[in-house]
Design a protein around this ligand. Structure first.
Ligand SMILES: *Cc1c(COP(=O)(O)O)cnc(C)c1O
Length: 845
């Protein structure tokens, strides 16, 4: 049987064209009036298609169209929404004002997953949601950025449970014609299909585009009929398959990704590698530069001077690592011809380049070939500096060149309409366009308590009915009995204190912690005057049996008669479930093993909807908690004994619930308002969403990294790399002379003694070994107090050469009393180096 397929394109009458335009832009993902339009057209199909506007409109017959056009109410609301859309697209934006001079910047952002909306299944969890939010805010803020990712045919699995609570997996099949995709075209308007060799075979890669507001995500797809079946599945599933599958995926993402942008005629000035997966981007760029006749050394530096690498893992085991054989098998064929031999390739992925036993680490490659690197929360920045200290052995720990930008969430996506309306009405209309403006959030106190209270009740009720509905659907699907269906009607209580816990069931997230003492748990539920309930969701990786075992145990407990109505596990955690949960709960619980959570973001979503966090001081909460805006479990301790830690911290969760959370939640005044609770909610709204949002995050990325990199590469590459070549000459000279550079003497000169207000003089005499003074960074490294003999977070005071001598000095005014610690340091100095320790050359007096 030969079945042919043709794609019949959606073509709506002119009056309904806005339906089509908006279905092809994921702007709808954070605009519920837009999704309501599609839902109203065909609610059944809307639900079946996981809220897919395109699925709804492609099923419209010509008669349906006529009916809609005759419906004045429908047409009026369509036109309203379309006007909002057009207004959004033409709004003035932050970037254009803040960085007028960087209008020629283009950031290329690479990530293995994107979580934008439940109808576009190209994500697995936190990393994807973050990339999706990054894209949305990029559009909101007008930051010129094109994203690159993989168009997964199956994406990540849907979770369902066997009757004994064991996780089962079912992969979706992404119908591309029902996704808001367009083929990417070259400058002649021809659809782009790349061809490249990966391993043994040539493969074809189609290039697609997905619009998110003003910006685009470029997606690569190997499921091309001409490809070998083993190659068609490269862009099949996320985080599945063996290491050879992983390296092939990462070659498509990094190598084909760079080629796709070139084929589209795009010329990024800045490259942002989100996590290690896309690190081959840098090697492919190296190749392209070499092909333009640039030598390897210069090319390497050009790549570095335009790259930012973001790490998301606090544990070394979290990075992808490939063997020399794999690098040889998959990359040598591509890179040998331009002279990048296997040893060089390997050296990019090694912490210690001379250690031939080291495998190729993707994160290390990202670090080696970049100028800026960052972790995703303040604490995670610190953990990352510790983790990679050996790559800058000369640096003091706080100066290891890895910074941080704390993650955020896209507020318009995760906040309920109720919450948005309250903010617009009582706080400011500007909250959505300027969520980063702290002054706006100060007005949260204007929100009347009862308005906040009623909103929370309403959202809790929506969550409860969502759970009852989905629970019944699941029972129905599994052929459950009428009595089981009936029982699902009375689970949960829309007035009870509701605690949410949802995340990947990785062991370090400790999903079991709340269930360690069942007797204690039972007691928590025993007071009918103060009802509480737990809502739990999350997937375990298909190969993680330990994680699955935890889920099974939780389900087992939740089924016991005493817990049945109060503890619910929701299957198939995804962005929709996350929205319901984070909007409906009162407490968001997070109890990872510190410092294993790089950032975490779901607590931010809950917080933006007026929930309070109860969390270990890890990831973002370590900097978000202020003592009044939620609760901390512990005080940031790290324990050598996991079992003991689990015991202590689970007891603390029970204690806080019993002694603080439940009493405060139920302490209502005569008018029925829990005033103390609402005060905390307001404190939380003032301090959490105002900072932990992706608009602020994108401002940080733009100000700290994107724009500085853009300017750096511009200067570096100008006049056919004139400055870059000078820099390399400088570098070679420094290298030659460095061994002979040393301190002759150093001192702190003081006239009237060490008292506040006194100006002292830092002086250092240097044997420059013929190095020009401006090429040396001579510093007094100064810190008050703290451990003697150790500089933790010092100030760097640069000393300047005294009239063509070998003496360097600078004066310094003492501002306070205490212990003043001063170290003298000399490093190579060049304006292109963004950190004194970047070259890992440093000498201390
Ligand atoms: C926000 C979100 C996450 C992130 O979870 P954390 O545990 O906070 O990192 C994961 N999955 C989904 C579906 C989300 O919406």
């Amino acid at each position: 049987m030969n079945i042919r397929e043709y794609e019949v394109k959606v073509q709506l009458p002119a009056e309904l064209k806005p339906l089509e335009t908006m279905a092809y832009n994921l702007w709808f993902a954070w605009n519920s009036p837009a999704t309501a339009i599609y839902k109203n057209i065909n609610e059944k199909l809307w639900e079946e298609s996981e809220h897919n506007p395109l699925a709804v409109i492609s099923a419209l017959t010509m008669d349906d169209c006529k009916r809609l056009m005759d419906d004045d109410v429908f047409m009026a609301s369509l036109n309203d929404v379309y006007e909002d859309f057009q207004q959004y697209m033409s709004l003035p934006r932050w970037f254009n004002k803040a960085h007028k001079n960087a209008s020629d910047m283009l950031v290329a952002y690479f990530s293995a997953e994107y979580g934008i909306h439940e109808s576009v299944q190209l994500y697995s969890g936190g990393l994807g949601i973050l990339s999706g939010d990054h894209c949305k805010s990029t559009s909101d803020m007008g930051i010129p950025l094109v994203a690159v990712g993989l168009l997964y045919r199956n994406g990540y699995f849907h979770q369902y449970m066997s009757s004994d609570g064991w996780q089962q997996e079912r992969y979706p099949y992404n119908e591309f014609y029902l996704m808001p995709l367009k083929r990417a075209e070259d400058k002649n308007g021809k659809e782009i299909t790349l061809e490249m060799k990966i391993g043994e075979r040539n493969i074809k890669i189609r290039v697609w585009k997905l619009k998110v507001g003003l910006m685009e995500i470029v997606l690569l797809d190997t499921d091309v009929p001409e490809n070998h079946p083993d190659d068609r599945i490269i862009t099949g599933k996320l985080y599945d398959g063996d290491s050879n599958m992983r390296i092939r995926q990462e070659i498509v993402l990094g190598v084909a990704g760079v080629r796709a942008l070139a084929a589209m005629g795009l010329h990024p000035t800045v490259y942002h590698l989100n996590e290690g997966h896309p690190a081959f981007v840098s090697i492919e760029r190296l190749k392209q530069l070499i092909e333009q006749g640039i030598d390897m050394r210069l090319a390497t530096e050009i790549v570095r001077k335009s790259t930012l690498f973001t790490t998301h893992t606090p544990v070394p085991a979290g990075f992808d690592v490939f063997s020399m054989d794999q690098i040889k098998q998959y990359l040598s064929g591509i890179y040998e011809p331009v002279g990048i031999n296997l040893n060089m390739l390997m050296s990019f992925g090694r912490k210690d380049r001379s250690n031939t036993a080291e495998p190729f680490n993707m994160a290390v490659c990202g670090i080696n070939l970049s100028t800026y690197r960052n972790g995703v929360a303040k604490l995670h920045g610190k953990v990352s500096r510790e983790m990679f200290h050996s790559m800058w052995s000369q640096a003091i720990l706080s100066q290891v060149p890895i910074g941080h930008v704390t993650n955020g969430v896209h507020l318009p996506t995760f906040m309920s309409s109720d919450m948005k309306n309250i903010l617009s009405r009582y706080v400011s209309e500007d909250w959505s366009s300027k969520p980063y403006d702290f002054d706006i959030w100060e007005k949260v106190n204007n929100i009347p308590d009862n308005v906040l209270f009623d909103m929370k009740r309403n959202q809790r009720e929506r969550l409860v009915s969502f759970i009852r509905r989905t629970t019944k659907e699941t029972i129905h699907k599994n052929g459950g009995s009428a009595s089981e269906l009936l029982a699902a009607e009375d689970i949960l209580n829309p007035d009870a204190l509701t605690i949410g816990f949802a995340r990947r069931f990785a062991t370090y997230k400790r999903g079991y912690l709340l269930f360690m003492d069942e007797e204690r748990l039972k007691r928590l539920f025993s007071n009918p005057e103060r009802p509480i309930q737990f809502i739990i969701a999350g997937k375990a990786h298909p190969k993680d049996n330990e994680g699955k075992e935890i889920i099974k145990q939780i389900i087992h407990i939740a089924k016991k008669p005493e817990f049945r109505k109060h503890i619910v596990f929701i299957e198939d955690y995804d962005i929709e479930v996350a929205r319901y949960m984070t909007r409906g709960v009162d407490i968001w619980l997070n109890n990872p093993r510190r410092p294993m959570e790089a950032s975490g973001t779901s607590g931010m979503k809950a917080s933006a909807n007026g929930a309070l966090n109860l969390s270990i001081l890890d990831g973002w909460w370590d900097e978000g908690f202020n003592g009044k805006n939620g609760w901390a479990i512990g005080a940031g301790e790290e324990y050598p004994d996991n079992g003991y830690q689990d015991y202590v911290e689970s007891m603390e969760i029970y204690n806080i619930l019993e002694k603080d959370i439940i009493p405060v939640f139920y302490a209502k005044d005569k008018s029925g308002m829990p005033r103390e609770w609402l005060k905390m909610v307001k404190e939380n709204l003032k301090t959490v969403p105002s900072y932990f949002n992706t608009s602020r995050m994108l401002i940080d990325y733009a100000n700290q990294y994107y724009v500085p990199l853009h300017e750096l590469q511009k200067e570096f590459n100008a006049n056919s790399y004139e400055e870059a070549k000078k820099y390399l000459n400088w570098y070679n000279q420094i290298l030659d002379r460095w061994d002979g550079v040393s301190f002759i003497s150093s001192e702190v000169e003081v006239a009237n003694g060490f008292v506040p207000g006194e100006t002292v003089k830092f002086k250092a005499q240097i044997n420059t070994n013929g190095t020009a003074a401006e090429h040396l960074g001579v510093f007094a490294v100064v810190e008050y107090d703290g451990e003697s003999g150790n500089l933790k977070n010092p100030e760097f005071i640069r000393l300047y050469q005294e009239k063509s001598s070998d003496m360097f000095s600078e004066s310094y005014t003492l501002t306070r009393s205490g212990k003043l610690k001063v170290g003298f340091l000399v490093t190579p100095f060049h304006r292109f180096l963004k950190n004194p320790f970047e070259l890992n050359k440093a000498k201390w007096a």
